[in-house]
Design a protein around this ligand. Structure first.
Ligand code: ADE
Ligand code: ZN
Length: 343
């Protein structure tokens, strides 16, 4: 039996995949002020401390209001590059070897920032990380669900010249009152274009929204999925389809989806054999990147070594990687657990 300290160290050292990460949610206050200044934009907050003090949320919408304000300083390709690279450097230092990241094109298009500027800045950083460290990646374009399906279709048109750089489409923003079925036609078009589909469902919304994600949008993955546990038939269906759930413990705590990490459902998901994974969602806003999320589960929920292994393994298995690449990462993961057993 490993001590808690040993488990913490193993969680830091093991190779990890992150499957649920919004690039705009990696905007550290210091970087936000720096980019705002060079773009001659005045933020509503006078100082970094004042901005940080505003990071108190009672629900998803509270957070989203701040999140959209924060991203509004991104104007140029270099801004998207710098934001993405800062995240990649951070998670490289945490032994994350594969990332599948979201960006919200509509949040920038409505400010007059072209699709091309966004995607070029982001993919240049991702390609540089791949060259420098061998880090692999997938890019997910996400539709904002508080906007119309028509707007999602317009965004898809703008994305068409860049489809070689986009692996999947997501659905994020305000979940309540914006069920997946609102976007049935646009996701059908995305499927026909060969894009993978992943949808935020069951973060705040009811199990019915998760059913719609499965049955109407025919998703390949579910983001969050916490509230699926309220419906045993639904969990059985997720299990049957072997769908991965991209779970975000610190995000759930910060957005009051759970009242404590101790009461987080991720261990229950594992006991039900669901393919739960650990992710950071919007780390700059929620108090931590991948290692801090694992750390909180180990220290507050007494995560066991078997659970830690299963979570890390689920992420590589649920990643949109080739069979060969998955096998390489799983071998690395196994080696890190074996090495720690000896030491
Ligand atoms: N956009 C960024 N983070 C999000 C979250 N946790 N839920 C929904 N939309 C988001
Ligand atoms: Zn999210």
């Amino acid at each position: 039996m490993r001590t808690q300290t040993e488990l913490l160290s193993l969680a830091e050292r093991m190779p990890k995949a992150e499957l649920h990460l919004h690039l705009e949610g990696t905007f550290e206050p210091e970087k936000m002020f720096q980019i705002a200044e060079r773009n001659q934009i005045t933020l509503k907050y006078k100082s970094i401390d004042e901005l940080k003090a505003a990071y108190q949320f009672t629900n998803l919408q509270d957070f989203l209001d701040l999140y959209y304000q924060g991203m509004s300083v991104l104007l140029k390709e270099v801004d998207f590059y710098d934001l993405t690279m800062a995240y990649l450097e951070k998670v490289h230092s945490q032994n994350v070897v594969h990332v599948e990241v979201f960006f919200d094109p509509q949040g920038h298009l409505e400010r007059g920032v072209s699709f091309e500027i966004q995607i070029n800045g982001i993919t240049k950083a991702l390609d540089d990380a791949q060259k420098k460290w061998g880090m692999t990646y997938r890019l997910i374009m996400s539709f904002l669900r508080h906007l119309s399906e028509e707007s999602a279709f317009e965004t898809l048109e703008l994305a068409k010249p860049f489809l070689n750089k986009i692996d999947a489409v997501g659905l994020d923003s305000s979940e309540l009152n914006h069920p997946p079925q609102k976007f049935s036609r646009v996701f059908q078009s995305c499927k026909e274009l060969g894009l993978k589909i992943t949808v935020h469902a069951g973060e705040e919304g009811p199990p019915e929204y998760v059913w719609q994600a499965l049955d109407i949008l025919n998703v390949d993955r579910i983001d969050h999925g916490n509230r699926a546990l309220e419906d045993t038939q639904l969990t059985a269906e997720i299990l049957k389809r072997r769908l991965t759930l991209t779970v975000c413990p610190l995000s759930n705590l910060k957005l009051c989806v759970v009242d404590s990490i101790k009461n987080h459902p991720i261990q229950k998901m594992l006991r039900l054999n669901l393919n739960a994974t650990v992710n950071s969602d919007d780390p700059a806003y929620f108090g931590g990147y991948m290692n801090e999320n694992f750390n909180s589960l180990i220290t507050e929920s007494n995560l066991t070594e078997d659970e830690l292994y299963q979570l890390a393994k689920n992420a590589f298995e649920g990643a949109w990687l080739s069979r060969e690449q998955k096998a390489i990462y799983l071998d690395m993961l196994n080696a890190s657990f074996k090495a720690s057993a000896i030491s």
